[in-house]
Design a protein. Structure first.
Length: 379
């Protein structure tokens, strides 16, 4: 799918609008601010991750000259706004309303061009973080050391070390060593930007520990090695189990989503209606030549579970499928609870029902029958 097709297929997804901040109910959603010097790559990141723009197309993006707000509205878990700032923004201008801008901000992503001199960027980073922290100490600060596709591995590591050191030293000099900065090496030309954005978004999901817990339960009861809960359109993962994420597994799962969506677009749509390619019939099983299986199941309109497991363990597909149903039900309950929470505006813990799901998982594992496997199923 290209940029144009996604815009047509998901008209409400990433509904771009420009204007003055602070308008309408959208502002209740957590905000991710994209800041950094001119040409550091902010708009490219936003377009590639959330609008499926191909990296090469970003060469033709024009410079941003006012704040561009982008409403990301694709599921109950992933709801936020991205505000793309012009590189030349000046915090000391009287029109810059820092209380309003940083006040409702969940995360501030500061982009540094790794292919350029970064001393000026570090000064700007320090100013930005200091100002934002004073307004809102709860902001998560994420530094993207960006455009690392054009540099050697040694240079990458050295830049990261140097930037980290200088940035934290500058904060310590200003007496702000309590501020935590997270660093990510990113490029729009590979999956690193999706991985980094996944981590940023995850920090804005209050239910993350619950989702991770559910995934841990699922994999340990189903012989699965790794499981990701993906936001299908952006391919950012909103949760994964506790085992470490390796880039290759993540890339494989992203590629699988692309294959499923592309095949569904070509063969899965009925008639000429423009039903979204991903629906409750979507599932896919791909056997790799190293005895590994990739298994994808639809969780809801926007989320997919993608698992990596050994072929031997897939002989008990019935167990996996049953456990998946329990998992999906549990996710639905988390959604319901969240909705209730939002409505009543009061906190409540949503872990209780998980115990029920866990018991069901354990009991069924002993009784379930084997399932049959097919090479590639795309419905
Ligand atoms: N090599 C490389 N180039 C990139 C990457 N990301 C963005 N670029 C290029 O960097 C240039 C500037 O990108 P923009 O996204 O317009 O930068 P910006 O920060 O939004 O710029 P302003 O709107 O002026 O603040 C474009 O030519 C992009 O193609 C990357 O990961 N690697």
């Amino acid at each position: 799918m290209n940029y144009q097709e996604v815009e047509e297929r998901y008209p409400t997804y990433g509904d771009d609008f420009e204007g003055e901040p602070g308008v309408g109910t959208q502002d209740q959603k957590p905000r991710i601010l994209l800041m950094g010097l001119r040409r550091s790559g902010k708009s490219s990141i936003q377009k590639v991750v959330f609008h499926k723009m191909s990296p090469n197309e970003t060469l033709f993006l024009e410079s941003t000259n006012k704040i561009v707000k982008d409403d990301i509205n694709n599921s109950s878990f992933v709801q936020f706004q991205i505000w793309d700032f012009p590189g030349q923004i000046d915090f000391f201008e009287p029109t810059f309303d820092s209380d309003m801008i940083f006040g409702g901000c969940g995360a501030l992503v500061f982009v540094i061009d790794a292919q350029d001199e970064y001393l000026e960027a570090l000064t700007k980073l320090n100013q930005t973080v200091t100002k934002a922290y004073k307004v809102n100490p709860r902001i998560k600060f994420e530094v993207f050391i960006h455009k690392v596709d054009g540099v050697s591995d040694d240079f990458k590591m050295e830049s990261q070390r140097d930037i980290h050191q200088r940035a934290t030293d500058d904060l310590a000099d200003a007496g702000l060593d309590q501020i935590h900065l997270s660093f990510h090496l990113t490029s729009i030309y590979d999956h690193s930007i999706f991985e980094a954005f996944s981590k940023v978004v995850q920090k804005l999901i209050p239910q993350l520990p619950t989702l991770e817990n559910l995934l841990n339960i699922l994999i340990s009861n189903s012989g699965i090695e790794k499981a990701f809960l993906f936001d299908v359109v952006s391919k950012i993962y909103i949760a994964t189990d506790a085992s470490p994420v390796d880039m290759q597994s993540y890339e494989l799962c992203c590629d699988m989503i692309d294959v499923v969506i592309d095949l569904s677009c070509i063969y899965g749509l009925q008639g000429s209606t423009d039903i979204a390619a991903f629906d409750n019939q979507s599932s896919s099983l791909i056997k790799l030549n190293n005895s590994t299986i990739l298994y994808l199941r639809e969780v809801n309109k926007f989320l997919a579970l993608v698992c990596i497991l050994r072929e031997d363990n897939f002989s008990r597909q019935g167990v996996i499928d049953y456990n998946f149903l329990c998992f999906r039900e549990a996710i639905e309950r988390v959604f319901e609870l969240r909705l209730k929470q939002q409505k009543s505006q009061c906190l409540q813990h949503d872990d209780d029902f998980l115990d029920g799901a866990m018991v069901a998982n354990g009991r069924t594992q002993m009784n379930a029958s084997d399932g049959e496997s097919v090479d590639v199923i795309v419905t």
